[in-house]
Design a protein around this ligand. Sequence first.
Ligand code: NAG
Ligand code: NAG
Ligand code: NAG
Ligand code: NAG
Ligand code: NAG
Length: 412
Amino acid sequence: MSQNNYCSWKNSLSTMYLVKIVLFLIVLAVVSADDSSVTCTEKYCDNYPGQTDPACPTLPSLCNKTNSDSGLFLLSPTPCNCCEFCIAYLNEGDTCSTGEKTSDSPTEICGPGLFCDPKTEKCVALTGTLCLDAQAKYDMDKDMGRVGDYQVRPNCDGDGYYVPYQCIPGGICYCVDKDGKRIFGSIDNNGRAEYDLPCTCSRKFDDMSYVIGRSLRPGEYLRCAQNGAYETLQCIDDKTCLCVDTIDGAATFSNAAPVEIYALSNNSLSCFNETVDREGKFYRRCEELYMNLTKEIEEIEDNYDIALAYELPDCTPDGNYAPVQEDHQYKYCVTPEGIRMSDYIVEKNSSNKELLADMNCKCAMATAIMSSVEKPSCLKNGNYDPKQCRRGSCYSVDENGNQIILTHPNRE
Ligand SMILES: *[C@@H]1O[C@H](CO)[C@@H](O)[C@H](O)[C@H]1NC(C)=O
Ligand SMILES: *[C@@H]1O[C@H](CO)[C@@H](O)[C@H](O)[C@H]1NC(C)=O
Ligand SMILES: *[C@@H]1O[C@H](CO)[C@@H](O)[C@H](O)[C@H]1NC(C)=O
Ligand SMILES: *[C@@H]1O[C@H](CO)[C@@H](O)[C@H](O)[C@H]1NC(C)=O
Ligand SMILES: *[C@@H]1O[C@H](CO)[C@@H](O)[C@H](O)[C@H]1NC(C)=O
């Protein structure tokens, strides 16, 4: 599952470094072309270098023309690219340089699958965890002056995995799995995500979904709260209710007798909270609708065609509506209570194909959670606009609203 991510990730890392080198070469080539008014022909290169031309650079000794794995062969930064040019690949453990912003074009770089550890200045293999690798990449980018104002250094736990919360400066914080993939649970970025966004329930929920190979359905697992922790009041099997710990989901007051749903009240269960819980009720609207419909489908199971016509709502692990919902004509964003957000509706027709394809409503959802008046700008389908502008500067973001590195900083 994450293997693919990991590979594309590695690629993007080496691509980053290449972009820098190639940019540098382009600059050099432009400069040399400017001060020599030559027309590039094969003949010109046959006679290269002429009296006024700079000599060809010597190839690094590690570069071996017959072995393309020995280095990176590029157009040479000389007039008409007449010379041979190569940047040699270093092996694991070789001494390397992360490249200062002002430094010359490197003659050597760490080979494929390796990166230059800025601390030890040695080429090391990208065999760490995704989080540690992301940290290394962040540090390297930072050394090269390529970290954006709203980029945050990945936060890893003692085992090298992502901590459960990921925060966007001036935005929201959301839960991630140990590989950094976004999962259920988010809060306004209040600077206290470490305490207020535990994600213990949503991580377990995600793990279990992974094990059984599909998303868990309403009623199949304990209910998570909006912040990814467990709700204190839980009912199991559509029947018995008990109180649990918000962090680990273990039953509290385990000697107390379980209570049936219909008997739920302030008096029957200590964790019943009058302001949020309803007497004799446990399931939220989305869960209830889902469970009612599946029950109906089971009852008419013999009549398969009718069963197929049922559209089940998409619920989140807290029993509320998932942000993206659809009917036969529209796809739209909803609040957790299932109320349509009128700004984010896309008609299902072919001219809206792109908006429909990856509609995720993540930006719409964030705007609803955020207390700040500075909201991110969202597209018609509730996704983040890939280009955000804030306090006079514009930058690119990924689908979760995190700033991503600009590969061409000079062009922005
Ligand atoms: C260059 O690479 C070829 C093929 O891998 C190899 O046979 C040859 O010995 C190498 N030459 C040098 C000088 O290392
Ligand atoms: C509910 O329980 C709390 C604490 O046990 C108590 O203070 C409150 O008066 C009760 N409310 C009702 C309506 O019984
Ligand atoms: C009941 O829920 C409200 C809203 O979430 C919360 O502010 C309050 O502290 C809860 N009360 C108890 C006794 O846990
Ligand atoms: C689910 O079914 C119950 C019992 O038939 C009904 O009272 C309830 O309103 C239904 N809930 C929803 C959301 O349709
Ligand atoms: C598709 O939907 C858009 C937005 O609702 C609308 O402007 C457009 O006319 C529709 N196109 C067709 C072919 O129905």
